[in-house]
Unconditional design. Structure first.
Length: 330
């Protein structure tokens, strides 16, 4: 392998543009090809050669970035692994545990990396809170309330035939917009032992939920709640409230905005305060900082053979938790 890691982007939607922009800030990596079934090439990708499948790429490349719809991730991942190419996958890793296990098994068998872009674990104050939880410094945590109240208009769902479907999207905001924060919830607190949920469709003509809530009971005693929505106009910052025997803290868009923990000063970072995402109508990603973290780490993993920050096995947990939410409706 040369000193430059060469990527092919699979899929040519909005998120492909995000990776292309992020890659410009990665010194030892570049995008050399796009795999897409679209007849019209998106403006930002037109300078790159297009191919109809990974197996048809006829130039040298080392890895793929899978940006296809959720339920198609495993197809591209398995195809790439069989060709000996490393796989970086957009979240969620896929929509069924069977498909995810196919991805993991294929990448292990062919000795290639499988990374997933759940980059919020490493953004802003989240990693600080994780360390405090793991060190048991926050006291006994008894309540966690997570709110991911986004807004998407009907035009968003009408923009592609797979949006708002079970067989490709895998569901509504729980597996889509809230997936990052459900991954974060699992990373912080682990798997709940019991789930009860209620989901509905209120503001869109789609077959999946656009609003719902779930309640969790953990073996540790934590009672958690998650609300996820694309019906809550105009859209609000994602918020996680954590209550403990020593006080409480609130994260908004990965930033500690409220802190009252006995004996510990607020550890928030100055860099975190620039994050202003509101959860409003657009699905586009303007700030590529987090994707740059994921890409830099993935390139390092390819070069060293060490595990990347978020492996396929780790990313599997978020999908498993979402599927439990969908299965546990009353």
């Amino acid at each position: 392998m040369s000193s430059i890691v060469k990527f092919a982007i699979v899929g040519s939607g909005n998120i492909a543009n995000t990776y292309l922009s992020a890659m410009k800030n990665i010194a030892n990596a570049e995008v050399v090809a796009v795999v897409s079934s679209k007849s019209e090439k998106p403006q930002l990708l037109r300078h790159l050669p297009f191919f109809i499948s990974i197996s048809k790429i006829n130039i040298d490349f080392d890895a793929v970035i899978v940006c296809t719809p959720n339920g198609l991730h495993h197809i591209s991942a398995v195809e790439a692994a069989k060709l000996g190419k490393h796989v970086l996958c957009e979240k969620p890793i896929d929509i069924t545990l069977e498909s995810i296990d196919q991805m993991i098994d294929a990448c292990q068998k062919h000795k290639v990396q499988l990374g997933v872009a759940y980059q919020r674990r490493y953004s802003s104050d989240n990693s600080i809170v994780k360390k405090l939880i793991d060190a048991d410094e926050l006291g006994r945590i008894f309540s966690v309330d997570l709110s991911v109240k986004n807004y998407r208009d009907q035009a968003y769902y009408d923009s592609s035939p797979y949006r708002g479907t079970y067989n490709i999207d895998g569901g509504g905001p729980f597996i889509q917009q809230a997936s990052h924060y459900i991954d974060l919830y699992y990373w912080f607190f682990g798997k709940p032992k019991k789930v009860v949920s209620k989901l509905g469709t209120f503001a869109h003509d789609i077959e999946v939920e656009d609003h719902g809530a779930a309640i969790f009971e953990h073996a540790s005693g934590i009672i958690g709640t998650i609300t996820a929505s694309t019906a809550t106009k105009p859209g609000f910052p994602a918020k996680m409230e954590i209550y403990t025997s020593k006080g409480y803290l609130i994260l908004e868009n990965d930033v500690i905005t409220h802190w009252n923990i006995d004996g510990i000063e607020n550890p928030t970072t100055q860099r975190a305060k620039a994050n202003t995402h509101t959860g409003a109508a657009t699905a586009a990603v303007a700030d590529t900082t987090n994707h740059e973290i994921i890409l830099s780490d993935f390139v390092k993993a390819i070069k060293t053979g060490e595990d990347c920050l978020i492996t396929g096995e780790s990313a599997r947990n978020a999908t498993e938790m979402v599927l439990e939410i969908y299965k546990s409706q009353f």
